[in-house]
Design a protein around this ligand. Structure first.
Ligand code: ADP
Ligand code: ASP
Ligand code: MG
Length: 418
């Protein structure tokens, strides 16, 4: 029988009624002849609450214990869904990460999946026709046996990894929107749902701020060629015919996409901070003296802008870091002051990064220039710019985030017809 993975996020399992709704989606696919593995998130708000408990217990806490605490949310949902499915006459069993097992490395709180034993699931499909309800977000370190978690939003990654492990025909990601949109539909009501999006574009959208899929899930999908389909759990379960094309977005290879636009989507992130190192000596080794210690401190530096010095002596270097690493980064650079030799450090946390993404940019020039003009007409100042083959990103004042996203969304013809 063909195999299917169905993943349900937090709002889709927010309470028992929503879990019953999920069970009806699952039953529909079982009745249609699929062997089903379900991956569930914690009930809406639960992971945040658990993270809060850890923080309140001690600001600096052991990541192994953080994982022991935050992994519990998914355990509850998996058990409840298995109970509800059994009550509906669907044979089901829950599985935690350590039980399958889902083996990971030991990067607690942001672990990577190394291997999943899909054979046990397949055996149960064959012998008992049993639905596997798997707790997302969690795994177990392959040597210590300690529970790990995969980073926020990690259930998406659990689902795609399970789909690869059991050779699923598709990995359906059920969420609270009915697909991937040209930008966050909660911020831009005129955003349009995309029927298909290429892995490369989805990877950029996700890593540049669209939280609809965790970045690693898209990476895994790309490597293992898993067909990922983003759809809504809020569509009434019984009204959907699994044989028809239900509404949603397929993430697939570029070659499968017929209709090609220059720009596919716009992502944004307010989780950015800007740091400017002023009047650094314009000589070899300065960039290494700044970015070396930041890398050692595990700070993920993103946009980097350096001026060509006017007087041949000093220049400014500006870059961005995640807002949560802002203070730590300032401290690191202050410590390296003697090696770097700068005059001043400036910074700002009220900044946002807007990114425009599209494979079509490979073959179109002047796409970014249009954005500069449109933002200038609205008096939005651009602090920094980076470009790559299929995207460009602009750093602006956070207060203008929505205006900038809407402006660019219209500019590139992404608004849906009124
Ligand atoms: P889940 O709890 O199901 O994992 P998430 O909250 O993680 O759901 O992701 C779904 C949310 O992602 C949507 O509610 C939407 O606001 C947001 N989102 C951001 N960018 C996009 C986009 N381009 N397309 C669709 N949703 C997006
Ligand atoms: N419950 C986890 C989180 O909120 C994982 C997930 O929902 O994907 O981050
Ligand atoms: Mg999510």
């Amino acid at each position: 029988m063909p195999r299917l993975v169905m993943k349900f996020g937090g709002t889709s399992v927010a309470d028992l009624d929503r879990i019953r709704n999920v069970a009806r989606h699952v039953k529909r696919e079982v009745d249609a002849g699929y062997d089903v593995a379900v991956v569930v998130s914690a009930m809406a708000g639960v992971t945040n609450q658990l993270v809060g408990y850890c923080r309140d217990a001690a600001i600096l806490h052991d990541a192994r214990e953080y994982d022991a605490v935050v992994a519990t949310g998914e355990q509850v949902t998996a058990g409840l869904l298995a109970i509800v499915l059994e009550g509906m006459g669907v044979n089901a069993r829950s599985w935690q990460g350590w039980q399958l097992p889902i083996l990971t490395d030991d990067a607690h709180a942001s672990a990577r999946i190394l291997d999943i034993n899909g054979a046990e699931l397949v055996k149960r499909f064959k012998e008992r026709g049993q639905v596997a309800v798997i707790a997302g977000f969690q795994g177990v370190h392959k040597e210590t046996g300690r529970i790990t978690t995969l980073g926020r939003g990690g259930s998406d990654t659990s689902a795609v990894a399970v789909a690869a492990a059991i050779g699923a025909e598709r990995c359906d990601i059920y969420t609270d929107v009915d697909g991937v949109y040209t930008t966050d539909p909660r911020v831009v009501p005129k955003a349009r749902r995309l029927d298909k999006i290429a892995f490369e574009e989805m990877l950029e959208l996700a890593s540049l701020g669209a939280k609809v899929l965790q970045v690693r899930s898209v990476e895994l999908g790309m490597v293992h060629n898993v067909r990922i389909f983003v759809r809504s759990s809020f569509d009434p379960p019984e009204k959907i015919n699994p044989r028809d094309n239900p509404p949603g977005t397929l993430i697939c290879d570029e070659g499968e996409i017929m209709e090609q636009h220059t720009v596919t989507g716009i992502a944004f992130s307010r989780d950015e901070a800007q740091i400017s190192v002023r009047e650094v000596l314009d000589k070899p080794g300065v960039a290494a003296a700044i970015f070396g210690p930041l890398a050692e401190a595990n700070v993920n530096v993103d946009m980097i802008v350096q001026n060509v010095s006017g007087d041949g002596k000093t220049t400014d270097i500006t870059f961005t870091v995640p807002a949560s690493d802002y203070q730590r980064s300032l401290d690191v650079i202050a410590k390296a002051k003697r090696a770097v030799g700068y005059a001043r450090l400036d910074g700002a946390t009220d900044v946002a990064k807007i990114s425009v993404i599209g494979i079509g940019m490979r073959s179109h020039a002047g796409v970014a220039a249009q954005a500069f003009k449109a933002l200038a007409e609205r008096s939005i100042n651009i602090r920094a710019i980076t470009t790559s083959e299929i995207k460009f990103s602009l750093l602006i004042d956070a207060a203008f985030t929505e205006l900038a996203v809407r402006t660019l969304h219209s500019l590139y013809g992404l608004d849906k017809a009124a």
